[in-house]
Design a protein around this ligand. Structure first.
Ligand code: ADP
Ligand code: MG
Length: 327
């Protein structure tokens, strides 16, 4: 029901940027090559996400808006080996319960598109035919319109949009081969073309993190058993905030992990001028059962089975990388 979904939304949907994150990750799961994020009024009025992924079958549209109907987790083992980005099957239902959500989709071999809305207390889903190109379009209007207390917590348009921009940056770097377009109030704000491979990523880094980052960026790459860590250390920058231009990806997922941030900060000790912060984009690959990504609903936090190993390996790598540059 709407209430249950709203309670779930309390955990998943913190602000417009968290909606963007969930919806974009769904596009990625659907194999999209191009994702357009169209925002009005910092996301408070409209969040529209368009992708060219495989789309949703008409018969599955209602399910997609129903809580847990799509959960891919069937057992504890599944929990440890989640590969696709979405896995709880509640993001759409949660978002639908605190907004006016419209889901429109068309599969490549379908004659026409279909759209779905969930309405009322029982979140009954209405499915009707609609003109559509192949792929999926989700419109989230008037976020929190029916939960005024939460609507009140939305910050200024500019602040909310900055959060959205950060989210799109993270997803763009996490999925180099996917093209992203970000619009705000009808204007194109950012365009991140697809990078053909990891090696072409540097071009994208320049777009996302700025010239200052990529010009002096140090590349590193090292493997330890099944653990692979590679990435770039940019030159320390004056950031808007400490976490600006600090990106960590684990198995293709953007994460914010205290342990890892700490490892990196430690490696940088004494190597950064006052008032500047480290900037980096670090890509970690490890076996899925080595990392639990289900610590928190928003999936930013992770838990490693062997945290010390990753921590020490990362510190060693960064220190080597940094000292190589100064000697
Ligand atoms: P989850 O991602 O955890 O499965 P969601 O609530 O985010 O749950 O999405 C529900 C389901 O809707 C997904 O499992 C997927 O089948 C479908 N879906 C959502 N967004 C898209 C999309 N952009 N393209 C194709 N299918 C989608
Ligand atoms: Mg999802």
């Amino acid at each position: 029901t709407q209430l249950t979904n709203q309670i779930a939304a309390g955990e998943v949907v913190e602000r417009p940027a968290s909606v963007v994150k969930e919806l974009v990750e769904n596009c990625i799961d659907a194999g999209a090559r191009r994702v357009e994020v169209d925002i009005e009024r910092g996301g408070a009025r409209l969040i529209r996400i368009l992708d060219d992924g495989r789309g949703i079958h008409k018969d599955d549209l209602a399910l997609a808006l129903t809580r847990h109907a799509t959960s891919k987790i069937k057992s504890f083992n599944d929990l440890c080996a989640v590969k696709s980005l979405g896995f709880r099957g509640e993001a759409l239902a949660s978002i639908a319960s605190v907004s006016r959500l419209l889901l429109r989709s068309r599969q490549a071999d379908a004659e026409l598109g279909w759209q779905a809305v969930a309405e009322g207390r029982d979140m009954a889903v209405k499915v009707t035919p609609a003109a559509a190109v192949t792929g999926t379009c989700i419109e989230v209007r008037d976020l929190f319109y029916n939960t005024p207390a939460r609507r009140k917590f939305l910050r200024t348009e500019k602040t909310e949009f900055t959060h959205i921009e950060d989210t799109v940056k993270r997803e763009a770097l996490a999925n180099p081969e996917v093209a992203f377009v970000l619009k705000h109030n009808g204007k194109i704000i950012k365009r991140y073309p697809a990078a053909k491979s990891f090696e072409h990523l540097q071009e994208k880094l320049k777009l996302v993190c700025g010239r200052g980052f990529s010009q002096q960026a140090l590349y590193f790459h090292s493997d330890l058993d099944e653990l692979s860590i590679k990435g770039w250390l940019g030159s320390p920058q004056h950031h808007r905030s400490e976490s600006d231009n600090q990106f960590i990806f684990i198995n293709g997922r953007p994460v914010k992990d205290r342990l890892l941030s700490h490892a990196i900060r430690q490696s940088y000790t004494g190597r950064i001028p006052q008032g500047r912060f480290a900037s980096y984009a670090i890509y970690i690959q490890c076996p899925a059962n080595e990392v639990d990504v289900n610590v928190h609903p928003t999936k930013h936090e992770v838990r490693f089975r062997n945290p010390r190993q990753i921590h020490d390996f990362l510190v060693k790598l960064i220190e080597e990388c940094l000292s190589g540059s100064t000697s």
